[in-house]
Write a protein that binds this ligand. Structure first.
Ligand SMILES: Cc1cc2nc3c(=O)[nH]c(=O)nc-3n(C[C@H](O)[C@H](O)[C@H](O)COP(=O)(O)OP(=O)(O)OC[C@H]3O[C@@H](n4cnc5c(N)ncnc54)[C@H](O)[C@@H]3O)c2cc1C
Length: 340
């Protein structure tokens, strides 16, 4: 598909590969590695900036679980890019990710949680790295991905450590590391686990970057744009489904116009407006999913169907990747009034 834009290539793969298999993939409980490889083979990992966001949106329109596993890499690439400036190993690893030779995820809770750290790092007796203890409540892509960029705290310092998960992918166990699969109501094929670290030993050679906890928290809002494309993709799916029914063509057109405004707001938002812009995208996804269920009628409650899956996925988008400011904006829209 050499002459197509990244968005067009992503849409073609979402419609021809992902959407037809989505119910089977959800029933199997795991995004097939062949999906990730096919998307990478189409050159979609090379997309950057607005193109990369358009890719996520189109993938999410077809299959949110695959888009969700796919988007994990955005954060990994950012930190490997920073690490690669100092260490050629990380530049090489980043090349592998961009070429689709490897796929990685990210676990940020120790970097972003105020108060006690989710994962504590203490220097090893032999001086070669750290011992990690704690639990990370959400880690996506367990058993699917080659590596995870895990954050851990040593006092006020946050360490970004790239853990090799080849053994986990092959079905094996790593001493000190245990992923407990979460029974998700939506995107269960993302294989999201609670990750327990119990005296897990990591070498100094796995350190990609370091940061100060307060600085990372203060800079967090600037990174909120990409996950917004998951919500845009769900809306896009509803626009197309409604449009396919002549009785709802006018509503589909109105929803498409709202989608354009919400996307433009996300694209223009700086850190100050990003939480509200993200909340607007999620609010639209929630309403669009409800509209699709209503347009479908009673059969929307029969699984598996496009409408019931879309409503379940809208629930996921309400709570995933949230921040206190996003949640307050959403709650304020649903239930006017001040928090206690
Ligand atoms: C199915 C699923 C899969 C997920 N997979 C991953 C994953 O692979 N990797 C990953 O890192 N996360 C993952 N998450 C977590 C997600 O990104 C959010 O951290 C989580 O949804 C926050 O929701 P909450 O309601 O638990 O937290 P809330 O209490 O609403 O807090 C939201 C987030 O804001 C942070 N926060 C609180 N105060 C501040 C502040 N002042 N400034 C900045 N941040 C603040 C919190 O630490 C938390 O991360 C996943 C979530 C879900 C539901």
């Amino acid at each position: 598909m050499p002459d197509l834009t990244a968005r067009e290539r992503a849409r073609a793969l979402a419609e021809e590969l992902l959407a037809p298999q989505v119910a089977a993939v959800e029933a199997a409980g795991a995004v097939p590695r062949s999906h990730l490889d096919a998307l990478a083979a189409a050159g979609l990992r090379a997309a950057e900036g607005d193109d990369a966001l358009a890719v996520v949106e189109e993938l999410a329109a077809g299959d949110l679980a695959t888009a969700f596993v796919w988007i994990q890499q955005v954060g990994v690439a950012r930190w490997l890019g920073a690490g690669g400036a100092q260490d050629r190993r990380w530049a090489a690893q980043l090349d592998d990710l961009r070429a689709g030779r490897a796929h990685a995820g990210i676990a940020l809770q120790a970097a972003l949680r105020p108060g006690p750290a989710a994962v504590v790092a203490r220097p090893r007796d032999d001086g070669d790295g750290w011992v990690l203890d704690g639990a990370v409540p959400w880690v996506t892509g367990w058993g699917l991905l080659d590596a995870v960029l895990l954050t851990a705290r040593d006092g006020e310092e946050v360490l970004f450590l790239l853990l090799d998960l080849a053994v986990v992918r092959a079905g094996g166990e790593v001493p000190g590391l245990r992923g407990e699969l979460l029974p998700l109501a939506a995107v269960r094929a993302s294989r999201t686990v609670e990750l327990h670290l119990d005296g897990f030993r990591v070498g100094a050679d796995r350190l990609v970057a370091r940061g100060q906890h307060a600085t990372l928290l203060a800079g967090d809002a600037a990174g909120l744009r990409p996950n917004g494309s998951l919500a845009l993709g769900l809306v896009q799916r509803c626009v197309r489904a409604l449009h396919a029914d002549p009785r709802h063509a006018d509503r589909a057109a109105a929803l498409a116009a709202e989608l354009g405004s919400v996307r433009a707001r996300l694209d223009a938002a700086g850190p100050e407006d990003l939480p509200a812009a993200r909340a607007a995208a999620v609010d639209l996804a929630w309403r669009a999913a409800a509209a699709l269920a209503l347009a479908t009628g009673s059969s929307a409650v029969i699984a598996p169907s496009l409408a019931e899956r879309t409503v379940r996925e809208a629930l996921f988008l309400l709570v995933f990747g949230s921040r206190p400011a996003i949640r307050e904006a959403l709650l304020g829209g649903l239930l006017p009034g001040q928090p206690a």
